[in-house]
Design a protein around this ligand. Structure first.
Ligand code: PLP
Length: 427
């Protein structure tokens, strides 16, 4: 906060462009925290909000229901193979808290008292609340709360760029999977395995090698461990498919959606479960099998209305096909980016690119300037007309999903200029 004496005030936004109070335009390279789908001020989405806000702004899902929330639940189940019911919340962290609570309570509901531990992968991220921090532990973010977090069993993830010495990617992946199997086979106390679907995003854009997620899902089935996926950042087209779990052939027991669910316009998240899990929560009142969890704005009708419109537009405009086409623009720039002397690695899938910056390409030493890297890149990006946010030493490109090829081209050209102009401040 000391470094940031004054923030740019965003007054309005249209398409991929944000406009600040001084009239400066910035291309929204982080999709307003990875959630914007169609660009800003999209008339169809705005209309759905306006129409719904005239009829019913909010009414509780406690003892009641509302049409947009009901319709959205049906729509979500329809697009989510294996899923049966939906539990709403208003942000991704809460959706993950719910996923964890549902997984733990499931075993209690069916009388399995020993299954109380959560397994996960190192370096994952699932949000900033205590449960989410416990399962998605990024040491730099959460080290100060370590003592208060509940313990989890963590397994390493293969990161192609930073493999342990003498390992190939496939050898290391096999070793990671063997570790998981060894642990699963030794203990019957593990309730669930929780991971981001397709890639770790906040943990540094670590895209899992082929088969990694699928094989973990198989191990979960084999050893009777619930498989819980977080599609909050990676689903809904971010990595080039509607759902990463379908792409990775790894159907979960529980899955969480957020961010892009409402097109990035209003705050809403959802936790879905399969029928087996849902049914375990059904019982007589005095059995106390229901889930004691609910937020004030759960199932908010305006958020649900815009989410329904958003899903309709995915079909209407064949968004996933469009992303697959547009995202090829990233590939055109691989060579030019990798030739910059402080670029160590480029990791890209769909509409997500992480550019890892190092001081020494051979030794892969992460850049570590005295000032915040994020601040340096934000200021330099602003001069180039782009809104950039880095994560540690990684420049993140996470644009609105429907960005045009021309706009993406411009974004990459300006990102390259930004990295080159920031260079002298970071090495
Ligand atoms: C994979 C993943 N899960 C959960 C969250 C938390 O979502 P929220 O910020 O809406 O609480 C995030 C946020 O970046 C995320 O990337």
């Amino acid at each position: 906060m000391k470094e940031w004496d004054k923030f740019s005030e965003i007054k309005s936004a249209k398409g991929v462009w944000l406009t600040d109070s001084k009239g400066n335009k910035m291309l929204d390279a982080v999709a307003s925290m990875w959630c914007n789908v169609w660009g800003h001020s999209n008339p169809e989405l705005v209309k759905s909000i306006t129409n719904q806000s005239k009829k019913l702004q909010h009414s509780s899902l406690f003892n009641l229901t509302n049409e947009p929330a009901e319709r959205l639940a049906k729509n979500l189940v329809k697009i989510s193979p294996g899923m049966h019911r939906v539990f709403y919340s208003d942000n991704g962290s809460s959706a993950m808290e719910i996923a964890i609570k549902v997984a733990l309570q499931y075993w209690k509901n069916i009388g399995e008292k020993k299954k109380i531990q959560i397994a996960t992968v190192e370096n994952g991220y699932h949000g900033d609340t205590f449960g989410a921090m416990s399962v998605g532990y990024v040491p730099q973010f959460f080290g100060k709360f370590k003592k208060q977090l509940f313990s989890t069993i963590q397994f390493p993830v293969p990161n192609k760029y930073r493999l342990p010495k003498k390992f190939t990617l496939s050898d290391y992946q096999n070793q990671c999977l063997e570790n998981i199997e060894k642990r699963f086979s030794k203990s019957n106390t593990i309730a669930a395995f929780v991971m981001e679907s397709g890639a770790q995003v906040a943990g540094g854009v670590i895209i899992y090698p082929k088969e990694f997620q699928k094989k973990i899902s198989k191990l979960c089935k084999k050893y009777n461990v619930l498989f819980v996926l977080d599609e909050i950042a990676t689903g809904f087209g971010r990595l080039g498919s509607m759902l990463q779990y379908e792409e990775q052939k790894s159907i979960p027991d529980i899955v969480a959606y957020g961010k892009m669910l409402t097109g990035g316009y209003l705050t809403m998240a959802a936790t879905l479960t399969n029928k087996k899990i849902y049914d375990s929560f059904l019982g007589e009142f005095n059995d106390w099998q229901h889930l004691f969890h609910g937020h004030t704005y759960t199932g908010n009708p305006i958020a649900a209305a815009v989410a329904n419109e958003n899903l309709k537009m995915y079909q209407k405009y064949s968004l996933i096909k469009r992303i697959q086409r547009t995202s090829r623009v990233f590939e055109k720039f691989y060579q030019e980016i990798s030739e910059i002397d402080i670029v160590g690695d480029i990791r890209h899938r769909g509409m997500l690119m992480g550019i890892e910056l190092v001081t020494n390409k051979k030794k892969k030493t992460p850049i570590h300037p005295k000032k915040s890297i994020n601040k340096i890149f934000f200021e330099e990006g602003k001069k180039q007309g782009i809104y950039l946010r880095t994560l540690g030493n990684i420049v993140m490109l996470v644009p609105p999903l429907a960005i045009s090829e021309k706009e993406l081209d411009l974004l990459l050209i300006r990102t390259i200029k930004t990295i080159k102009s920031a260079r002298s401040q970071v090495v």
